[in-house]
Ligand binder design. Structure first.
Ligand SMILES: Nc1ncnc2c1ncn2[C@@H]1O[C@H](COP(=O)(O)OP(=O)(O)O)[C@@H](O)[C@H]1O
Ligand SMILES: CC(=O)OP(=O)(O)O
Ligand SMILES: [Mg+2]
Length: 404
């Protein structure tokens, strides 16, 4: 029997999403989520294919404890990490810098590089590292593979990747646009081509990944040519708790006039800005409920969110020259019909429109929400970062087995 299972760990700043997949048929043997890590109200939800969902509530102190709890849940279903059927563990790693352009088997050198990049992904890389270290301790013999959020964006031309700052300073500090959510942008742009009945290299797609973190990308013939996140996942769209774009001089002003430290401003812009800073809520469901109830602050937050999104659709339309489809994905993009409607409203001259009835339909499958005669298709394409990570992990592990 050859090992054919892959465990995927997607460790976020306060959560771990995981899936155990059988790569012979892509079947999901178990999926789960640990939320609110580090709080009193942590929750683990585990759903095995062979039975009912189970929940654990109560404090889970850190990512190490979270992963150990996940390992226990898997073991309870006979799917423990000690299984000989496990071929590899695939990890989402947010920042891979310029160095990592492909999925990579993790060794001590790779770990050190991920650690070196912590200052440019302070919310994400530490969590990813803990996930890797704990998984390695549990199964030291197993290949652990890192799949980087930045990898898909390494095809960007210098004109998109470079900031217009002094070249020597930028190079000395490796300052450039790296871009994130690449696994999702890659998966969704390919799935969008498939939905249109085309090969990925035949279409130009604008992908809008709208989760808690949010980013847009311009994908020409299957290759990323621009993306909204930058050196760190702070730039670009308005997000749940992050500001996205603003005049960088705001930072000097807050330091000189507001008396704030660099760390305080970092926390302000990453954790207390975006939707939560504007209206006190970062969940689009709650914001829509408030907007519908006539709440002015929620309405302004929603309008700022949409205004920024629309600017990026226009910008990437110009970058691509010809657009075949705009694809909405992730928590907000897949579920919030009012966001999709508002983002595209008024863009008829660009060939973009949303059909209200189609937009209202909910579902898990990729689908078109534009009218039949639309020049540019608008699509909802559920992302599947875990499946993409598993596929890349398994291909790498099996490929290297075949070579030996
Ligand atoms: N039914 C829904 N309607 C509107 N927004 C939703 C819905 N479900 C989830 N969301 C939004 O999606 C966000 C989470 O998206 P997700 O892609 O899971 O984020 P992340 O991976 O960054 O944690 C929530 O914060 C919420 O704003
Ligand atoms: C890179 C990033 O912002 O990721 P997430 O949306 O998971 O926070
Ligand atoms: Mg996400």
């Amino acid at each position: 029997m050859t090992a054919s299972r892959v465990l995927v760990l997607n460790s976020g700043s306060s959560s771990v999403k995981y899936q155990l997949l059988d790569m012979r048929d892509g079947g999901r043997l178990a999926v789960g989520l640990v939320e609110r890590i580090g709080e009193e109200t942590s929750r683990l939800k585990h759903t095995p294919a062979c039975g009912e969902s189970r929940e654990r509530t109560g404090p889970i102190a850190d990512h190490d404890a979270a992963l150990k709890a996940v390992a226990e849940e898997l073991a309870a279903d006979g799917l423990g990490l000690d299984s000989p059927e496990l071929a590899a563990i695939g990890h989402r790693v947010v920042h891979g810098g310029k160095h990592f352009t492909e999925p990579t088997v993790i060794d001590d050198t790779v770990l050190a590089e991920i650690e070196r990049l912590i200052p440019v992904a302070p919310l994400h890389n530490p969590a990813n590292l803990t996930g890797i270290r704990t998984a390695r301790a549990l199964r030291p013999d197993l290949p652990q593979v890192a799949v980087f959020d930045t990898a898909f964006h390494t095809t960007m031309p210098e004109s998109a990747a470079r900031y217009a700052i002094d070249v020597e300073t930028a190079d000395a500090h490796r300052i450039r646009r790296y871009g994130f959510h690449g696994t999702s942008h890659a998966y969704v742009s390919r799935a969008t081509a498939k939905l249109l009945g085309k090969a990925p290299d035949e279409v130009n797609v604008i992908v809008l990944h709208l989760g808690n973190g949010a980013s847009a990308s311009a994908v020409r013939a299957g290759r990323c040519v621009d993306t909204s996140m930058g050196l760190t996942p702070l730039e670009g769209l308005v997000m749940g708790t992050r500001s996205g774009d603003m005049d960088p001089a705001v930072i000097f002003h807050l330091m000189r006039v507001g008396g704030m430290s660099a760390d305080e401003i970092d926390t302000l812009l990453n954790k207390k800005s975006g939707l939560i800073g504007l209206c006190g809520d970062n969940d689009m469901r709650e914001i829509r409920r408030r907007v519908d109830a006539g709440d002015e602050r929620a309405k302004l937050a929603f309008d700022i969110y949409i205004h920024r999104l629309k600017k990026y659709i226009g910008a990437y339309y110009a970058v691509l020259g010809r657009v075949d489809a705009v694809a909405f994905t992730a928590g907000v993009g897949e579920n919030a019909a009012p966001v999709r409607e508002a983002a595209v409203a008024g863009l008829e001259e660009l060939g973009l429109a949303v059909d209200a009835e189609r937009n209202a339909v909910r579902g898990d499958e990729p689908r078109l929400i534009s009218p039949d005669d639309a020049r540019v298709k608008v699509a909802v394409v559920p992302t599947d970062e875990e499946m993409e990570i598993a596929t890349q992990t398994y291909a790498l592990v099996k490929g290297s087995e075949n070579l030996t």
